[in-house]
Design a protein around this ligand. Sequence first.
Ligand code: NI
Length: 180
Amino acid sequence: MAILEVLKYPDPRLSRIARPVEHINGDILRLVNDMLETMYAAPGVGLAANQVGAFHRIIVLDVDLENPQKNVYKLINPTIARSEGEILWEEGCLSVVDFTAEVRRAAQVEVVAVDEHEKEIKIEAAGLLAVALQHEIDHLDGRLFIDRISRLKRDLYTRKRKKMLRTGTPPPTEKPRVMI
Ligand code: NI
């Protein structure tokens, strides 16, 4: 296992659309395990393959903060089969340094995917898990949560981020509660 580098906005690779996995081979299994290790090390509750520069439709999640590693999801080719309701959630992202914003998402989703043994999985989710699933599947489509906020807010962040990169100002140490 290895901890991989997490790409940060505005890295253009974060906008690339990931391709479906056709064969679950050794490379894919290694990637899944490396993604999990990278997510826990960050620390974060979700990670998509694009965030580590691998353009396969793979996401990993563990939103159970009280029992880490007990409810781990390793999802290959996940899709949202059904969504319902609306929820506003303050999101942060391992690829979006020093910024959080409220994002409107479906309150409940049903996601279908296959696991690393090619077994079909169906997940009924609400709350943080529903938000995290939508956030990670967005990553696979080359979309960040800042693409779902107002242009004004996004422009403010883009300017702040450019300045950060120019001056090398380290981000504050205070982090949002969960990073997805
Ligand atoms: Ni993210």
